[in-house]
Design a protein around this ligand. Structure first.
Ligand code: GAP
Length: 501
């Protein structure tokens, strides 16, 4: 579907809508409605199960979203977390430099200096995308963080965190004591991050307030054991940086063994790249051929990264591959910067007495982008019907419950809906319009099961009650004993378990 059509459908179904809509909306801010909020929770819980569940030494924490200025100074965000911004001196509109150069330089402007960008604008005669004049300014570096005055006097400067990662670094010494005092140690956060994006666009893809799910794995740079033998034959759809610089974005299906061997990447890195890729392929169930792992070159990658692959999905609504997550080897950048900034040595002493400043491997995902991709890749039109083919464990509503004839079956169906809800399932009771229409509404919401109470339900006496269960994807209908219903649905709602590290 095209972006407008997909967004209209999601709005109509109450998945999401522009924030402050009655005031005309606010750029880059969106709210989730009931279906969206429930789906987001499921995606986040599936992420926690897959990433935090991979090791007994990985933990989920819930820190605040505000960072004192000293933190963002030490982290480098005050100085480096900028995008080049150009202003049209004729119509006074601000643009991200990469958006005005989109046509002449589709690979973006990462790694270019402001004078280099200005030279491209001049040489290619790039005009203002809004008014068409050739009065675009020399780019300025625009810091993407939101700063706030803190406290009654307002003298203290604080910032909304630009990435959840910082919260995990601040928690590291505490988590070292809370955990087993051993490496690797994982500290995960699922929470809001804020960026004053110059050009918010593509709905959930570039927002100013969004969610990140990030796992920071602190490890001993001399030893990060992973069960590599178990995965070495697995193939990954990679686009290496060297190949891209040579002009090809073609995916090469490369085995984990080759990426780590001739490919020159550390085994621990390849193992986690695969673990992350598998989340998109096996948990979100994105088709493998719509995914690619794109390596960023030294000039392109974020200032803190040593190895950086973006995980991208091919989305029709957004016109091609878009980043939805990443795997970042950040070295000792973070702990050494915060060590200097705070004046506290963040090295730890391992069993045996060796002192180590841990390195960081970051596995990151944007749940908002994942939700858009789940809509783009799984919401399909089939003739008259629209079906959201979400994996059953991600669906916002686990089961729809319908009385075939309201007068005759509502009492039983309402009790059944309550019982299923009491078993912890999200249930939608629907008694309006034809049964076909009710199925259609549930198909569009992605509900994997529809349960109909009918004349036969009560025919064989209370111990033998049965209902019709209609399965969303196949439309197949089976008769199921009410006594078995909750357990059956619960089984389908279990998140895939990760292989343990
Ligand atoms: N801690 C590393 C980090 O923040 P990033 O690539 O800037 O790296 C990680 O962001 C993820 O957060 C992205 O892959 C994306 O899914 C999500 N994300 C980043 N900026 C976003 C935005 N403006 N709107 C929605 N999601 C965003």
């Amino acid at each position: 579907m095209k972006i407008d059509e997909l967004f209209a459908l999601l709005r109509r179904r109450g998945v999401l809508w522009p924030s402050a809509e009655i005031y005309g909306g606010a750029q880059g801010l969106y709210d989730y409605g009931p279906l969206g909020a429930a789906l987001k929770r499921r995606v986040e819980d599936a992420w926690v199960a897959w990433f935090v569940g991979a090791s007994r030494d990985y933990y989920l924490i819930d820190p605040v979203e505000i960072l004192p200025e000293a933190v963002v100074r030490a982290s480098g965000h005050l100085e480096n977390f900028t995008d080049p911004e150009v202003t049209c001196e004729n119509c006074h509109t601000d643009f991200r430099a990469d958006t005005v150069l989109e046509k002449v330089r589709p690979e973006g402007v990462d790694g270019l200096t402001n004078p280099e960008i200005a030279e491209i604008i001049r040489a290619k005669g790039v005009k203002c995308p809004k008014c068409g004049s050739n009065a675009l300014s020399v780019p300025k570096s625009f810091n993407l963080m939101f700063g706030l005055d803190f406290g009654v006097t307002g003298h203290d400067r604080v910032y909304l965190r630009p990435e959840t990662a910082q919260s995990s670094y601040l928690a590291f010494p505490r988590m070292w004591d809370v955990g087993r005092r051993a490496l690797p140690l994982g500290v995960a956060v699922v929470g809001k991050a804020y960026r004053n994006e110059i050009a918010p666009r593509q709905i959930l893809f570039r927002m100013r307030s969004f969610t990140q799910a990030e796992l920071q794995i602190f490890f001993d740079p001399e030893r990060f054991p992973v069960p590599f033998d178990r995965v070495k034959e697995e193939k990954l759809p990679v686009v290496r940086a060297a190949r891209r610089l040579a002009g090809s974005e073609e995916v090469e299906w490369t085995s984990a063994a080759d990426l780590a061997g001739a490919g020159g990447l550390p085994e621990f890195y390849v193992y986690h790249l695969l673990h992350s890729y598998r989340f998109y392929r096996d948990v979100l169930r994105f088709p493998a051929e719509q995914l690619r792992l794109l390596e960023k070159s030294e000039q392109e990658r974020a200032f803190y990264n040593r190895i950086h692959f973006d995980i991208e999905a091919n989305l029709e609504s957004l016109g091609g591959f878009r980043e939805i997550g990443g795997v970042h080897y950040r070295g000792d950048y973070d702990l050494s910067r915060h060590g200097t900034g705070s004046g506290r040595d963040l090295s730890v002493t391992l069993t045996g007495g060796r002192s180590v400043l841990p390195h960081v491997l970051e596995l990151t995902l944007g749940p908002d982008r994942a939700i858009w991709a789940l809509a783009d890749l799984h919401l399909v039109r089939e003739g008259e019907r629209t079906v959201w083919r979400l994996p059953a464990y991600l669906a916002p509503i686990a089961v729809g419950v319908f009385p075939l004839i309201e007068k005759a079956h509502a009492e039983y169906a309402l009790r059944l809906a309550d019982d299923l809800a009491a078993a912890g399932l999200s249930v939608q009771y629907d008694a309006t319009s034809s049964i076909g229409r009710r199925y259609a509404r549930m198909d569009e919401a992605g509900t994997p099961f529809g349960v109909t109470v009918d004349g036969d339900t009560l025919a064989d006496g209370p111990a033998h009650d049965t209902v019709t269960v209609r399965e969303r994807d196949s439309k197949g209908q089976t008769r199921v004993a009410v006594a078995e219903l909750a357990a059956r649905i619960e089984l389908a709602r279990r998140f895939p378990r990760p292989p343990s590290i």
